[in-house]
Design a protein around this ligand. Structure first.
Ligand code: TYM
Length: 341
C-alpha cells in the first residue's frame, strides 16, 4: 500500500516542474550569494512548486562552533523570507536537519558513488587543503547535496556557477541508480544566471566573494550597516587602466563592479560600461544600486525578527518536505532491494 502510494507520488513528481536550492549556514548571506542565487529563487517560485532550505548539515563538514551554526541557520532562513522567498507564493522553506530523510538517504546513494568521483571534486580538493582535520563528511558532502535534490523529484536547481560540478555529479548518481535499479530519480538541471553567476571579492577580484564566518572588507554581508556597504564599494580594488571596460581578464575589479551594478539594476554589464569614463562614478552608482536592493530586505528582516514568525514557518516547511521525502526514500529502498516489510 505504502509502496504503491510512493510510486504514484514519485511518478507525479516526474511530471511537475519543481525547483529546489539550498544555502549553507557557514557565514553570512553575502551579496554574492544573494545575486548569484537567492534572488533567482524568488523568481523561480512563481513558475511552479519550490523548495528552499538552509543546509545546516553541510555546515558540519568543517569545524564550526555549535552556537554559530544555529544562529546562522535562523539568520539565513529569515533572510530568505525577507528577500521574498515566500511560503504564500508556493515555496516550502525548511532547515535540512529537520527533515531526517536527507541524512538517511545519503548512505544509500554513497554506495552508488565512487571514491574517485568524490576525491576529484574541486571543492573537496580546495577545502581539504585548507583544513587541519579533513573529515569524511567533507569528502561525501556532494552525495548529501545530491540527496537534497533527488528526494524531491527536482528538475530545476537555481545556483551560482560554483555548484555546476555538484549538479553534474547529482545527475551521474541518479542515472547510475536508475540504470542499475530501475527508474527512481528525476534528473535535475542546474539553472545558472547569465549575469552575476560568480561575484568576486571586492579586495581580490580574482577570488569569489565567499561566505566564511565574518565578512571582511572585500565581502558585503546583506545585513552590514549601509555605511559599511558604501565604504566597501568605495574601497574596492580597481586597476590603473583608467578606462571602464567589461573585461574580466584585463579589468577584473571593474568588471565585478559592472556585474554587481548590472545584476542590481537588471541591465547588461557590457552596455553599462559604455556610460562610464571613470571609476568614481561607477562606484557611486554601484553603491546606490546595492543599497536600493539591500534596504528593503533589511527592513523586512527586522520585522520578521520582531514577529517571531519563523519557528512555525520552518516547522510547517519541514513537515511538508518530510512527507514528500518519506515517499521518495521508501521507493528508493524498495527499488534498491531492501526489505520494506
Ligand atoms: P553556498 O551556501 O556556498 O552558496 C549558496 C548559493 O549561492 C551561490 N554563490 C554565489 N553566486 C555568485 N557569486 C558568489 N560569489 C557566490 N557565492 C555563492 C552558490 O552557487 C549557491 O547557489 N552546496 C551548496 C548548498 C546546497 C545546495 C543543495 C544547493 C546544499 N544542498 C542542493 C542546491 C541544491 C553550497 O554550499 O552553496
Amino acid at each position: 500500500m505504502v509502496q504503491a502510494e510512493a510510486r504514484r507520488s514519485v511518478d507525479m513528481v516526474g511530471l511537475m516542474a519543481r525547483t529546489l536550492s539550498g544555502i549553507k549556514p557557514t557565514g553570512p548571506l553575502t551579496l554574492g550569494r544573494y545575486l548569484g542565487a537567492v534572488r533567482h529563487w524568488v523568481d523561480e517560485q512563481s513558475s511552479g512548486e519550490a523548495f528552499y532550505f538552509v543546509a545546516d548539515l553541510h555546515a558540519l563538514t568543517t569545524v564550526q562552533e555549535p552556537g554559530e551554526v544555529a544562529a546562522r541557520t535562523v539568520e539565513l532562513a529569515t533572510l530568505l523570507v525577507a528577500a521574498g522567498v515566500d511560503p504564500q507564493r508556493g515555496s516550502t522553506v525548511f532547515v535540512q536537519s529537520h527533515v531526517r530523510q536527507h541524512a538517511e538517504m545519503t548512505f544509500m546513494l554513497e554506495c552508488v558513488t565512487s571514491f574517485g568521483e568524490l576525491r576529484r571534486m574541486t571543492q573537496f580538493k580546495d577545502k581539504s587543503g585548507e583544513q587541519d582535520f579533513v573529515s569524511g563528511g567533507l569528502l561525501t558532502y556532494p552525495v548529501l547535496m545530491a540527496v537534497d535534490i533527488l528526494l524531491y523529484g527536482i528538475e530545476r536547481v537555481p545556483v551560482g556557477d560554483d555548484q555546476r560540478q555538484h549538479l553534474e555529479l547529482t545527475r551521474t548518481i541518479a542515472q547510475r541508480f536508475n540504470s542499475r535499479y530501475g527508474d527512481t530519480f528525476v534528473l535535475p538541471e542546474a539553472v545558472v544566471p547569465p549575469v552575476a553567476a560568480r561575484i568576486k571579492d571586492l579586495q581580490d577580484p580574482t577570488r569569489k566573494m565567499s561566505a566564511s564566518s565574518t565578512a571582511g572588507p572585500g565581502v558585503i554581508d546583506m545585513l552590514d550597516p549601509v555605511d559599511d556597504i558604501v565604504k566597501k564599494i568605495r574601497r574596492a580594488t580597481t586597476d590603473t587602466v583608467g578606462s571602464v571596460a567589461y573585461d574580466a581578464e584585463k579589468q577584473p575589479g571593474v568588471s565585478n563592479l559592472l556585474d554587481i551594478l548590472g545584476a542590481c539594476t537588471d541591465e547588461d554589464p557590457e552596455k553599462l560600461a559604455e556610460r562610464y569614463d571613470g571609476y568614481g562614478q561607477l562606484k557611486a552608482d554601484c553603491a546606490d544600486a546595492v543599497l536600493d536592493v539591500v534596504r528593503p530586505i533589511q527592513d523586512r528582516y527586522r520585522e520578521l525578527e520582531r514577529s517571531g514568525a519563523m519557528s512555525s514557518l520552518l516547522a510547517d516547511g519541514a513537515k511538508h518536505a518530510s512527507g514528500i521525502a518519506e515517499l521518495a526514500i521508501r521507493r528508493a529502498q524498495a527499488n534498491r532491494g531492501l526489505w520494506t516489510g
